[in-house]
Ligand binder design. Structure first.
Ligand code: C2E
Ligand code: MG
Ligand code: MG
Length: 541
C-alpha cells in the first residue's frame, strides 16, 4: 500500500514502511477495523463503502475514526482501493452522547454523514487544503420541488427516493469527497481539488437522469450553491452558510442551476446593509436635511421655483450629498420612508416660507419605487390634508425618465390621480433614458428637465449640443415647457436662450442652499443684472 503525508502524520508510521506493505503489514487489521466485514461487503457490492473504525495514533493511543473505501478501476491496471481515514476524536470528546457513533454522526435514512459529522469533515478538509495548497469546494445541494415529489409518491417511496438520490450523488464524486445530508432534501458535498466550475453542470446533468424506483420513473433536478476555500477564507460554518446562501440564489435564478458565492460581493452587501441601518437611524434622529436650488426664467430674470435636494448631516462625515447615500436606499424598505420624509419636510418648508412672504413652487424628487408603490397616492393625499395651508399647485414632483419604463400603466395611473389633486409633474434627467419620444407622448408631464450632463458640456461638445438642441426641438413640438439643468456659466445661459430654452437651474445661478439662505439669495439675485438682462442681450445679439 501507499499513503499520503497526512496519514503518515496521523499514524506515525514512516512512509517507507507503508510503501508496498499490505494492510496487515502496516498494522491496520485486527481490532482496528471494527466494522471490517461490513466495509468489505460494501466494497464488493457497490465499489465503495464506509465504516466506523478505531485506529492507533502516533503515540499508540486508540482513537475513533471514519474509514471510506472506494474501489478504483483503471485501464491497464489491476483494480485497487482508495481508503480515506477521518479522525473523529474531537467529535467523540465534544459529544459524550449515548448511543453508537452511527446514530450521532450518520443520517439514518441514507447512511450519509449528518450535519454533526459534516462540520468536523469540513474542518478536516480545510486543514488538508491549507497544508497542501489545495482547494476545497463546499457545495450546498437542494432538490427542486421535493415536497411535490414527496406528496405525489407518498412518504415511503419519498424516503426511498432520497436514499436512491443519495447513492447517485455519492457515485458521482471522487474517493475522498464527501456527501452529507443535513436533513430533508438538503445535502452538502465537499469536493477536493476542483479547479473550475465544469463539474457542476456535469453534476446537474447526471442528477437529471431519471431514477427508477418501485415502478416509478422520477426525474429530479437540484439547485447547487458553491463556495471555494481558500478564495472564500471563512471558517467551516461560514463556508457552509455561504454555500447555502449561493444555493438560494440558484433557486431564485430558476432552479436546476448552480451559483458561485462571491466573497467580494458579500462584503459589499454587508457594508451596504450597515450603511442602510445607519441611515435609518439618522432619519429617525433628524440628521437629514433639505437644501434648495433656485430655478429661474432667463428671459425676464424671475425666480420660478426651487428644487428640494436631500442632504445627510452625518455627525462624523459631515454634509453628504445624495450620491453618497441614496444608492443604498434604492430598492430597500427605506425608500418609501425617506420619500415620505422628504415630501413632508418640503410641505413644512413651503409653510415656513409663506410666513416670511416667500411663495415659490417646490420641486420634490420622487424615487421610482415610491411613485409605483400602492400607497403613494393615498399617502400624498393624507399628507396634503394635514397641511391645508399648502396649495397643491406649489408642490411639483420630479420623476426620472426611466421611472415609467418600469411600469407605464401604473405610473400613468398614479400621475393622473396626483394631477387630479392639482399636482404637476416634471420629467427629470431627460435625455438619459431610452424611449424619450414615447414617454413624451404618453406621460402627463408639465415640465421637461434637460439633463445637466448634456447642458454642462454643450459649449465644448458638439454631440451634447445636438442632444440639447433636439430635446428643445421635441419639447417644443409636444408643447411642453423645458428647463435646463447644469447651467454653470453666463455663456451656457446665453446659448440656451438662443436655442429657445429660458428656464434654467445650475451652479451659475445658485448652488443648492439651506432654507434659511434663500431670502438672502433672492435679494442678491435681483441685483445680478448680467443674468437678469439676458433677454435684452439676446434680442440685441
Ligand atoms: P437631480 O434631481 O437631477 O438634481 C440636480 C443635481 O444636480 C443636484 O445634485 C444638484 O446639486 C446638481 N446640480 C445643480 N446644478 C448644477 C450645476 O450647475 N453643475 C453640476 N455639476 N451639478 C449641478 P445632488 O443634490 O447631488 O442630487 C443628485 C440627485 O439625487 C438628484 O438629481 C436626484 O436625482 C437625487 N435626489 C436629490 N434629492 C432627492 C430626494 O429628496 N429624493 C430622491 N428620491 N432623490 C433625490
Ligand atoms: Mg431633480
Ligand atoms: Mg436632474
Amino acid at each position: 500500500m501507499a499513503a499520503n503525508p497526512r496519514f503518515v502524520e496521523l499514524t506515525g508510521q514512516p512512509l517507507d514502511d507503508l510503501m508496498g506493505a499490505t494492510l496487515e503489514a502496516a498494522g491496520l487489521e485486527v481490532g482496528w477495523l471494527v466494522d471490517g466485514a461490513e466495509l468489505l461487503a460494501g466494497l464488493e457490492r457497490h465499489g465503495r463503502a464506509r465504516a466506523e473504525v478505531r485506529w492507533r495514533d502516533a503515540r499508540g493511543q486508540e482513537r475513533p475514526g471514519l474509514l471510506s473505501a472506494r474501489r478504483v478501476h483503471e485501464a491497464h491496471r489491476d483494480p485497487y482501493q482508495v481508503l480515506v481515514l477521518t479522525d473523529l476524536t474531537c467529535l467523540a470528546a465534544s459529544r459524550a452522547a449515548p448511543g453508537s457513533a452511527r446514530e450521532v454522526y450518520f443520517d439514518n435514512l441514507t447512511g450519509l454523514p449528518n450535519q454533526q459529522l459534516l462540520t468536523q469533515l469540513i474542518e478536516e478538509s480545510m486543514l488538508h487544503a491549507r497544508r497542501h495548497d489545495g482547494r476545497l469546494a463546499v457545495c450546498a445541494l437542494d432538490i427542486d420541488h421535493f415536497k411535490h415529489h414527496n406528496d405525489h409518491l407518498g412518504r415511503e417511496v419519498g424516503d426511498l427516493l432520497l436514499a436512491t438520490f443519495a447513492q447517485r450523488i455519492t457515485h458521482l464524486l471522487g474517493g475522498d469527497d464527501v456527501v452529507a445530508r443535513l436533513g430533508g432534501d438538503e445535502f452538502v458535498l465537499l469536493i477536493h481539488g476542483v479547479e473550475d466550475d465544469a463539474l457542476y453542470p456535469r453534476l446537474l446533468d447526471a442528477i437529471e437522469q431519471p431514477l427508477l424506483l418501485q415502478g416509478h420513473s422520477v426525474r429530479l433536478t437540484a439547485s447547487l450553491g458553491v463556495t471555494c476555500f481558500p478564495e472564500d477564507p471563512g471558517e467551516g460554518d461560514v463556508l457552509l452558510r455561504h454555500a447555502t446562501q449561493a444555493m438560494y440564489r440558484a433557486k431564485q435564478r430558476g432552479r436546476n442551476t448552480f451559483h458561485r458565492f462571491d466573497p467580494g460581493q458579500d462584503r459589499e452587501l454587508q457594508v451596504r446593509q450597515e450603511r442602510r441601518h445607519r441611515l435609518a437611524a439618522g432619519l429617525a434622529q433628524g440628521e437629514l436635511r433639505l437644501h434648495f436650488q433656485p430655478q429661474v426664467d432667463l428671459f425676464d430674470g424671475s425666480v420660478v421655483g426651487v428644487e428640494a435636494l436631500i442632504r445627510w448631516q452625518h455627525p462624523d462625515e459631515g454634509l453628504l450629498a445624495p450620491g453618497a447615500f441614496l444608492p443604498v436606499v434604492a430598492g430597500s424598505y427605506l425608500e418609501q420612508g425617506l420619500g415620505e420624509w422628504v415630501l413632508e419636510a418640503a410641505l413644512r418648508q413651503i409653510i415656513a416660507w409663506q410666513e416670511e412672504g416667500i411663495v415659490l413652487p417646490v420641486h420634490v424628487n420622487i424615487s421610482p419605487a415610491h411613485l409605483l408603490s400602492d400607497t403613494f397616492v393615498a399617502g400624498l393625499e393624507a399628507l396634503l390634508a394635514r397641511y391645508p395651508g399648502v396649495s397643491p399647485g406649489l408642490l411639483k414632483l420630479e420623476i426620472l425618465e426611466s421611472t415609467a419604463i418600469h411600469d407605464v400603466q401604473q405610473a400613468l395611473a398614479a400621475m393622473r390621480r396626483c394631477q387630479a389633486m392639482g399636482i404637476d409633474f416634471a420629467i427629470d434627467d431627460f435625455g438619459t433614458g431610452f424611449s424619450s419620444l414615447t414617454h413624451l407622448r404618453q406621460l402627463p408631464v408639465d415640465l421637461i428637465k434637460i439633463d445637466q450632463s448634456f447642458v454642462r458640456d454643450m459649449l465644448s461638445d458638439p454631440d451634447d449640443l445636438a442632444i440639447v438642441e433636439s430635446v428643445i426641438f421635441m419639447a417644443n413640438r409636444f408643447k411642453r415647457p423645458m428647463l435646463a439643468e447644469g447651467v454653470e456659466t453666463l455663456a451656457h445661459a446665453r446659448a440656451l436662450l438662443r436655442l429657445g430654452c429660458s428656464l434654467a437651474q445650475g451652479y451659475g445661478i445658485a448652488r443648492p442652499m439651506p432654507a434659511e439662505a434663500l431670502a438672502e439669495w433672492l435679494r442678491g439675485w435681483s441685483a445680478r443684472h448680467e443674468w437678469r438682462a439676458l433677454s435684452l442681450q439676446a434680442s440685441r445679439g
